[in-house]
Design a protein around this ligand. Sequence first.
Ligand code: AMP
Length: 114
Amino acid sequence: MDIFCKIINKEIPAEIIYEDREILAFKDIHPAAPVHILIIPKKHIESVNVLADKDADLVGKMILTAKKIAQDLQISEKGYKLLIRTGEDGGQEVPHLHLHLIGGARLYEEIRPV
Ligand code: AMP
């Protein structure tokens, strides 16, 4: 079982920001910025690569959840980043789909090959 499924099952702790039937949002354990929250589906989906058409509403809900959290944390006006890493070249470490919400400071933009 991946580490995010363990957080969903409350087998390991996390600082939960939002939870409903389908979605869980919690603070990233190694924040890259003042606000760094991970929004995940409770259903185990390994990555964007295995998303199906029937998951479209769920993915939409992940983004809308990020929007609401950003509003609640009052970072909407200044802006933020939403990031989904996918697979080895994308730098994905945890094999459970997750949307990073990163903000609270002006962020460097560095996307380049290793
Ligand atoms: P990624 O590289 O996109 O797969 O991102 C994985 C993220 O999960 C990293 O930013 C980690 O800091 C974060 N992470 C790993 N384990 C935990 C945990 N137990 N609780 C919260 N965040 C975690």
